[in-house]
Ligand binder design. Structure first.
Ligand SMILES: [Zn+2]
Length: 384
């Protein structure tokens, strides 16, 4: 076949990619263990150093690991370039590898802690850059890769670095896992996190119940009111995920607490909903209700720039027979929400496909490694 475009598609060895993925997976890196995450950051930094890329680290804070920034050996990095995002942390505790989650391949399934979310995708960013170095070629745009140490807990220390890098980017590619049958992501809901504290008045449940003001009773009414804001039609959801309260079985409870999770699609006014969550009025006289928190990740809307970037990626994928589709609006968030909300064309979910994110059977499909490497290389080769 002499199709001209086909000659541009690189051929890759899946077993070589998997060997690299394995090296990164076998360094366990739970978000809350800065030393563990930094052990992996050391390895990733060394890997990039060996292929001539420039790396720099921002020391971690608040108990999280370091942010690693990588720059391609070519290109003028003062000009808007291509930003690739990945995270090196996982939700899996140290020891998973030796017990519940051994690295192993069974047919097409390859298991390992964090392999799907998202060490395989993070590794592909390295592998793709290495490909250009090996071939002695460059990309039209300078390439920056940012590895985040605490994405799984909401990137509390990395958000400014992600936004700063995004502001200097023409496009952002996010190597989070493909989903829903190997589809990429072009929109995500926004995510808000809140804490609610309720104070009532304690009293003896037997002798003076009338003097008490039950914080748990108030909590129950607040939960019903908050969750009544959920609207599956518009895609807004409010979930009270954790609640606790009370001090003893025979005491009218003076205190209660709960967490609130909000998901809001780009089409809905998030500010109005946030205000409604924050401005709680107590149902019970003499109870106080205080809510703190806000939007952690702004909504990621599929605007014209993102739609055009997606169509371009579809054309790249079609060169090697991969019919790329995007998933309908997802409630799962990622660091891709930040650049998208800044208006930078952002394509997410470019990592290999698999299943069981955050679960004990977390796995990727071995056969999806090569197409995703090919797609990333073709994007790097053609975005200008
Ligand atoms: Zn992830």
């Amino acid at each position: 076949m002499t199709d001209k475009s086909r000659t541009n598609v690189p051929t890759f060895d899946a077993s070589e990619i998997l060997e690299g993925v394995r090296r990164w997976v076998e360094v366990e890196s739970p978000s809350h263990d800065a030393a563990a995450v930094n052990r992996l950051v050391d390895i990733v930094q060394d890997d990039f150093g060996r292929i001539g890329a420039t790396t720099s680290r921002t020391p971690g804070r608040d108990g999280y690991g370091d942010i690693l920034e990588v720059r391609s050996p070519w290109g003028n990095h003062d000009e808007p370039g291509l930003l690739i995002l990945g995270h090196l942390d996982t939700v899996h505790p140290i020891g998973s590898l030796a017990t519940t989650h051994q690295f192993r391949r069974e047919g097409d399934a390859v298991f390992g802690p964090g392999i799907y979310d998202m060490k395989a995708g993070s590794y592909l960013a390295y592998y793709a850059l290495q490909h250009f170095v090996r071939e002695g070629r460059t990309t039209p745009l300078p390439v920056r890769i940012l590895y985040i140490p605490e994405e799984e807990v909401g990137s509390p220390t990395s958000r400014p670095a992600i936004e700063a890098a995004a502001r200097n980017a023409k496009y952002v590619l996010v190597m989070e896992p493909a989903r829903d049958g190997d589809k990429c992501v072009t929109s995500r809901k926004g995510w808000g996190r809140f804490d609610m504290t309720i104070t009532g008045r304690a009293s003896h449940a037997g002798s003076k119940p009338e003097e008490g003001r039950s914080a748990l009773n108030e909590l129950a009414r607040q939960i019903l009111d908050l969750e009544s804001m959920t609207d599956f039609e518009t895609g807004v959801s409010v979930v009270v995920g954790m609640a606790q309260g009370g001090s003893a079985p025979n005491v009218v409870p003076a205190e209660a607490r709960a967490t609130i999770d909000l998901r809001v699609p780009p089409t809905v006014d998030a500010d109005a909903i946030v205000r409604r969550i924050l401005d709680r009025k107590p149902f019970t006289p003499d109870c106080q209700v205080v809510v703190t928190g806000g939007i952690n990740r702004p909504p990621y809307a599929k605007n014209d720039g993102i739609a055009a970037l997606f169509r371009h990626a579809q054309a790249c994928a079609a060169e090697f027979g991969y019919k790329l589709e995007d998933t309908p609006l997802t409630g799962g968030v990622s660091d891709g929400n930040f650049p998208a909300a800044l208006g930078i064309p952002t394509l997410d979910g470019l990592g290999p496909y698999g299943r069981g994110a955050h679960a004990l059977d977390e796995q990727i499909g071995y056969s999806t490694l090569v197409p995703h490497a090919q797609l990333l290389v073709r994007l790097m080769d053609t975005l200008r």
